[in-house]
Design a protein around this ligand. Structure first.
Ligand code: COI
Length: 353
């Protein structure tokens, strides 16, 4: 299927790298494609960035039948533009789509579309270390209908935006509040899919964390509220007595691509790496024993986000003197070195544009 390209006649001014934050600016073009039962996915096109007009009854606006992805493109010192593990994002998008009864995309076409779109807007990829072009593929239910069922028609679109750090703290340790009352997801639900609903479900507790002076929430499992699941919108890793441990993928945890990259690098470096159940009591007990060495989140947007403080009930613990731990630093540097082309892509994670 050929992708039709309509170029903008009114390119926008590009920001200075130093002014970049996360998720506020978008490039000149977007990709779109439609789904109808009798046509399948059709009319793939790149067009000037602009509003999507929809009927007020459009299903995604009422029942949240929508899934998305987040990935990045980087500019190397030689001015090459490259994406990090985009096939994995496309695979996960289809997995999320299946969970919400959305028809799957052709992954090859979807990857080609990403390449063509990023290529067309390549001048938007910033060059300073720590900046990148964030890529947001999204699928939404388009039937104008208020009955509760899966939509028959869909829109797939991809927008791009130059970004800097995700958290205002940058790579500095964040303070995290362990939520006992709120849960993000339960096994058998949507937790392992990247659906809009998961992020909506996280907002109330996120606001509560802010009110308590914390940056984000540490989510416990939805059944017993004992097992650690995620932190904010990221996966979570612990270094306990030399072991790199992260919660196993149990059905309510997102299979993060940065999570997977950290585990792969950890194994390659000869660390003891486990995906297992981790109770919040184990974390606090390890701290009491002096074996809780590091805690950090992993995700596309921030890559690695060190946790400096955890609050659970009345207990507040400081991790590693509130400083960035050596492994968090090493994962952060190593993944960014691969992304920006400063080290070999031995894992085959890079796709040039
Ligand atoms: C990420 O860590 O990449 C996320 O999931 C955050 C994103 C939803 C902004």
């Amino acid at each position: 299927m050929d992708i039709t390209i309509t170029r903008t006649t009114q390119p926008k001014p590009k920001p200075a790298d130093g002014d970049l934050s996360f998720g506020t600016l978008f490039t000149d073009h977007m990709f779109q494609m439609d789904y109808a039962p009798d046509q399948g996915w059709h009319n793939p096109r790149i067009e000037p960035y602009g509003p999507i007009t929809m009927d007020p009854a459009t299903m995604v606006l009422h029942y949240g039948q929508g899934v998305f992805e987040g990935l990045k493109a980087f500019r190397t010192a030689d001015d090459e533009i490259r994406m990090f593990r985009p096939q994995d994002n496309m695979k996960r998008l289809n997995r999320s789509a299946r969970a919400l009864c959305i028809p799957e995309l052709d992954e090859e076409l979807a990857l080609t579309a990403l390449k063509q779109l990023v290529d067309l807007d390549r001048d938007w990829v910033p060059r300073t270390h720590g900046t990148s072009l964030y890529i947001r593929p999204t699928i939404i239910a388009m039937d104008p209908f208020l009955g509760v069922r899966a939509s028959h028609t869909y829109r797939y679109y991809v927008i791009l935006g130059p970004v800097g750090a995700y958290y205002a703290e940058g790579f500095n340790p964040v303070k995290i509040w362990v939520s006992k009352e709120h849960v993000r997801a339960v096994r058998g639900g949507l937790g392992e899919s990247k659906t809009m609903a998961n992020y909506a479900a996280s907002l109330y507790a996120g606001e509560a964390a802010h009110r308590h002076g914390y940056t984000q929430v540490l989510w416990l499992d939805g059944v017993e509220q004992r097992y650690v699941e995620e932190v904010g919108s990221m996966n979570i890793c612990f270094v306990i007595d030399g072991e790199l441990a992260t919660p196993e993928l149990n059905g309510s945890i997102l299979p993060g691509i940065t999570r997977d990259s950290v585990l792969a690098l950890g194994r390659k470096w000869g660390l003891t790496v486990s995906e297992r159940k981790i109770t919040i009591d184990e974390v606090f007990a390890a701290h009491a024993k002096g074996t809780l060495e590091e805690v950090f989140g992993t995700g596309t947007a921030a890559v690695v986000s060190p946790v400096g403080e955890l609050k659970y009930d009345d207990q507040v613990i400081t991790i590693g003197d509130g400083k960035v731990g050596p492994l968090a630093q090493k994962f952060f540097d190593s993944i960014m070195d691969i992304q920006y082309g400063r080290s070999d892509d031995a894992e085959g994670w890079i796709v040039p544009v």
